[in-house]
Design a protein around this ligand. Structure first.
Ligand SMILES: [Zn+2]
Length: 248
């Protein structure tokens, strides 16, 4: 059994019978779900950060412990070590594209991002594949390419080459956390829809949505119709969190 809980922006908590994983922590949700679960759990905790941007990495994670007082296992992208001056001895692994990590619980394969840092595939002990994209996306800004360091064509080519690699190495992905960013306007689902054409996927958790919950939910409808077997988790999960935040 895998439970995936949306926390905030690109942060998710993934829990199995034996493990707790956290991806790209920025803030907790309004009811403090993540910190509460961390302080309760006796399971080993693995904390991933895909790149150094503040909406994906907060130095606070370096001090986290589980409910037994055991430090969490930190797996941080190479750019965080360099740009945020993190002491490598605190880390379980430095994530670099193509360099696998494995221990008694997990296998991890980092992939290239189309922005900075890495995207990560994680194999759970029962073979379930969890994928957190970080800022890996087809950042297709045709109206305003000033957002990009490369042309939209190059961006798309790079993105497609990464997802081909994902398909080759992962085969399928059971739980996918992937950016659906409303700043891309009509193209906000372009990357996700290209992913779904290439990589058989079970559950999708849109992320990096800023506060554009209803816009994103609407944009996802045609995709859900195209892949009826797919479970799209956005609407309920994010709506709950936004409601909780409204109360504050
Ligand atoms: Zn970001």
């Amino acid at each position: 059994m895998v439970s995936v809980r949306y926390i905030y922006h690109s942060c998710f908590m993934v829990e199995t019978e034996s493990l707790l994983l956290v991806f790209d922590y920025w803030r907790d949700d309004a009811s403090g779900t993540l910190h509460r679960r961390l302080s309760e759990t006796h399971k080993p905790v693995y904390v991933f950060a895909s790149h150094f941007h503040e909406d994906h990495y907060q130095p606070e994670i370096l001090t986290w412990k589980n409910g037994l007082g055991e430090p969490v296992s930190l797996l941080l992208s190479y750019d965080i070590v360099k740009r945020r001056g993190v002491d490598k001895s605190l880390l379980k692994a430095v994530l670099r594209p193509g360099v696998a990590f494995q221990d008694e619980y997990l296998k991890v394969m980092p992939f290239r991002s189309t922005d900075i840092g890495v995207a990560v595939a994680v194999w759970l002990p029962d073979g379930t594949v969890v994928f957190h994209a970080g800022d890996l996306n087809n950042w297709y800004f045709p109206d305003d390419p000033s957002h990009l360091k490369v042309s939209v064509k190059e961006m798309e080519g790079l993105f497609l080459s990464v997802i081909r690699e994902v398909r080759k190495k992962c085969g399928r992905v059971d739980y996918l956390m992937f950016p659906v960013d409303s700043r891309l306007g009509a193209e906000m689902c372009r990357g996700l829809s290209q992913w779904l054409k290439q990589v058989p996927t079970g559950h999708v958790y849109p992320m990096h949505c800023w506060e554009a919950e209803s816009e994103v939910a609407e944009a996802l409808v045609p995709l859900q119709d195209l892949y009826p077997g797919l479970e799209m988790h956005k609407r309920e999960d994010l709506a709950i969190n936004l409601k909780e935040m409204d109360r504050d």
